[in-house]
Design a protein around this ligand. Sequence first.
Ligand SMILES: NC(=O)c1ccc[n+]([C@@H]2O[C@H](COP(=O)([O-])OP(=O)(O)OC[C@H]3O[C@@H](n4cnc5c(N)ncnc54)[C@H](O)[C@@H]3O)[C@@H](O)[C@H]2O)c1
Length: 170
Amino acid sequence: MLAGRVALVTGGGSGIGRAVCHLLAREGAAVAVVDINKEAAQETLDRLPKGNHAFCADVSSSSSVKELLKQIKTSFHTVPSIAVNSAGITKDKMMLKMDEESFSKVIDVNIKGTFLVSQAVSQAMLAEKISNGSIINISSIVGKVWYPGKCCVTWIYTDTDDRCSAQKCD
Ligand SMILES: NC(=O)c1ccc[n+]([C@@H]2O[C@H](COP(=O)([O-])OP(=O)(O)OC[C@H]3O[C@@H](n4cnc5c(N)ncnc54)[C@H](O)[C@@H]3O)[C@@H](O)[C@H]2O)c1
């Protein structure tokens, strides 16, 4: 079903991203397993059939993402027409105890990272005149349903900051 397509999966070294890599490869796509953890990406690759590649990249860095797209083109001789943004980090804390550095890190990886990869892949697809591209972002149910201690996620994904700031301090 996906034969001839190249799929880039961020966070491919673990959890949901790894499962997505397996699914896409099973459907015939050539998979670019991307993770900041090189060993984890390689571990995913080792369990995939031949024809896929692993890449180490930091989605929160534009230079790293640009370099990634170059490496993918060199390895697969084409650009991705599927991108799955699954790279993410969690810094769970009640709002009153959340430090600025943790909040910024979550924004950098989960939000800016998703933007940088989506932008770079979209630019590559446009340059190659790919008309059947797909970009899939993995989010969280906590964006829709408030959950105690998930200050970052609730704040980022929804306009429910009134509920977020009403969290009790643990
Ligand atoms: N698992 C869940 O129940 C759940 C629930 C809600 C939302 N999510 C979201 O789904 C996504 C995937 O979750 P998961 O459970 O598979 O997480 P995970 O921690 O198992 O995998 C995330 C992967 O992202 C990689 N990563 C982290 N920072 C990176 C960076 N800067 N650049 C590239 N790779 C980076 C990690 O090395 C890791 O391999 C995350 O964004 C998470 O917030 C997960």
